[in-house]
Design a protein around this ligand. Structure first.
Ligand code: IMP
Length: 185
């Protein structure tokens, strides 16, 4: 791992400018779709933190925020297929208009679990917003109402997405150099 994370990036797939522009578009759509209704955003830790923070600030709308954490892949770039709840919401979502905000939908297993888990709590409505969609990797059918970008089947980092816990602070979405994985223990 380089001390300058930018130097570990082989290719930028989505620039910071593209993310900012798309986030504004999504914010306008959400304002329209939730007109007259306050929105409860459920930000999925840790990867969705930058996206949720930017999306909520782009909205001229009453937005409340809560967090949930589910198990990720650890240091591996492959999904284990098992989803575990690590940290639950602070508050009830019963009767509320809930938007799950997630960094990426890959196999769909995480969002399927989250949709089922949260819909059992009686929200008024439940939808999903993801920054990135790797559609060709989907193993289970799961509805995603708002998508930032469709991307090809590459392991990406940045703007919340990590490899072995790092690179979340890159302001763009990119692909790492193969040498980063080769160094891994
Ligand atoms: P799914 O359950 O396979 O849809 O995967 C969702 C989770 O896997 C995301 O919340 C990410 O934490 C992680 N993930 C999937 N693809 C990537 C990637 O390309 N880079 C980093 N994390 C990823």
């Amino acid at each position: 791992m380089n001390m300058n994370p930018h130097e570990d990036v082989a290719e930028v797939l989505v620039t910071a400018e593209e993310i900012a522009r798309r986030t504004e578009e999504l914010a306008r759509t959400l304002e329209r779709d939730y007109a007259g209704r306050p929105l409860k955003m459920v930000c999925i830790l840790k990867g969705a933190v930058p996206f949720a923070a930017d999306l909520m600030r782009a909205m001229n709308h009453p937005v409340a925020l809560d967090f949930m954490a589910v198990s990720s892949y650890g240091a591996s770039t492959k999904s284990s297929g098992v989803v575990r709840l690590l940290n639950d919401l602070d508050e009830s979502i019963e009767g509320q208009d809930v938007l799950i905000v997630e960094d990426i939908v890959d196999t769909g297993l995480t969002l399927k679990y989250l949709r089922e888990n949260l819909s059992a709590r009686g929200p008024r409505s439940l939808r999903v917003a993801v920054l990135l969609d790797k559609r060709e990797r989907r193993l289970v059918d799961v509805e995603v109402e708002y998508v930032g970008f469709r991307i090809p089947d590459r392991f990406v980092v940045g703007y919340g997405l990590d490899y072995a816990g790092f690179y979340r602070n890159l302001p763009y979405v990119g692909v790492l150099k193969p040498s980063v994985y080769e160094e891994a223990p």
